[in-house]
Design a protein around this ligand. Structure first.
Ligand code: ADP
Ligand code: MG
Length: 255
């Protein structure tokens, strides 16, 4: 019952799929102003954890609080409206649209009740549209893509397209950004640039939580690490602490 002090706090969080506890009894906090990494072997429940805290799944146990408010049962667009935005392991790129239009649509899809609502234009939406364009442009500036805003999204490199995915999330001006395996498929140079971008965003006041299965990648980036294994939180602490934790070493050796 003791109140936690994170930006986002989960208590006893769990979800079952059939007989499988994909996430089980997780109590943890994501602090403000830091980079928190959620790591664990494949199938550990990392993406499911993100799907829970971003409102894609409704938990079967436990609570989720954001800035002290109970958001456990809110829908995705309601969670986004409160300041939590996420990226996906794969980003849907609208290849023929401009980068800017793609970010605007990606943003709208996630801030409205549904895709249909996002695509329907009503009269009063002209004003929304201008605000959305300005927000999308600011998001592109933050990821270094402003000079490419008017190019077709399909003309970007894979790295550029990944940044579009981050810009889509930033367009809602979140306080907490959730990145699901942002470095997947990236070469070492691209990974270094991505890590620099994440640090820059945090220096600008954003809080970040990211999922990664490669432990080495988050060692030099994360302030704190949460380690999931078979859906459960088996360790948490600084990178140095978790990397010498016997339970973590065993979990990775066994995977
Ligand atoms: P990770 O991201 O750590 O690799 P996931 O969160 O994707 O792991 O998956 C954790 C477990 O939950 C896996 O066994 C996976 O098969 C299962 N799972 C995830 N989502 C669903 C779902 N929608 N329905 C059934 N099982 C699921
Ligand atoms: Mg995953």
């Amino acid at each position: 019952e003791a109140p936690m002090q994170g930006l986002l706090d989960v208590q006893g969080l769990g979800i079952r799929f059939g007989g499988l506890d994909a996430v089980k009894d997780v109590t943890a906090s994501i602090p403000a102003g830091q980079i928190t990494a959620i790591i664990g072997p494949n199938g550990a429940g990392k993406s499911t954890f993100f799907n829970l805290i971003s409102g894609f799944y409704v938990p079967t146990a436990g609570t989720i609080r954001f800035r002290g408010e109970d958001v456990t049962r809110l829908k995705t667009h309601q969670v986004v409206a409160r300041g939590v935005a996420r990226t996906f392991q794969t980003t849907t790129i609208y290849r023929e649209l401009s980068v800017l239009e793609g970010v605007m649509i990606g943003h709208r899809v996630r801030t409205r009740a549904g895709l249909l609502d996002a695509l329907l234009r009503t009269g009063r939406e002209k004003r929304d549209e201008d605000a959305s364009r300005a927000g999308a442009m600011r998001a592109l500036e933050r990821v270094g893509l402003a000079p490419q805003a008017h190019r077709p999204a399909g003309a970007l490199t894979q790295e550029g397209q990944k940044r579009v995915g981050i810009a889509m999330a930033l367009a809602s001006d979140p306080a907490l950004l959730l990145l699901d395996e942002p470095a997947a498929g990236m070469n070492p140079d691209e990974t270094v640039r991505l890590m620099a971008l994440i640090r820059e965003l945090v220096q600008g006041g954003l809080s970040v939580a990211l999922v990664e299965h490669k432990m080495s990648l988050v060692m030099g980036l994360a302030d704190r690490i949460l380690v999931l294994h078979h859906g459960q939180l088996i360790a948490q602490g600084t990178p140095a602490e978790v990397s010498r934790d016997p339970a973590v070493i065993t979990a990775y050796l066994g995977s």
